[in-house]
Design a protein. Sequence first.
Length: 158
Amino acid sequence: MDLWGFKKWRSKLGYTQAEAGEKLGLSRGAVQYWESEIRPVPPAVKLACQELLRLWKQRPEFGPITLFYADYTGDQMSLETSVSVGSIRMRSERHPDNENAMKSAARLRDTMTLFVAFIVEDDGNVIWSGPELLREIDARRNASIGEKTTAAKAPSSR
């Protein structure tokens, strides 16, 4: 990542120099040095920028994206013996944004055995890895259940 790559990253995320420094755990001065080419962008900062960009792309409205998933169809499967009656299918679904893909993945998780599920952007970069996506689906489900429980316990206002 050179001067222009760093500026492009900062601009894409809409960060000021101070905000970029804060997100990276550094000072605005460090950001100024990199952008004025006084100092090169360190490798650790490049990796941090990539991760911050990936997290930024996890916003509900980011898209278009593709949901990839593998499911198992059949009666039984033994991972120890690699014997199965059925098959594993890899599928993909195009979605306008993360929110729609998440809802679809949650429905799929309720109706089938998902072995793998992840979300990628058009250039193939992974936005939501498999375990991360499944944790997010579970967290949303648990939050939804908690809201329903709280609403059911709330006294009526008569």
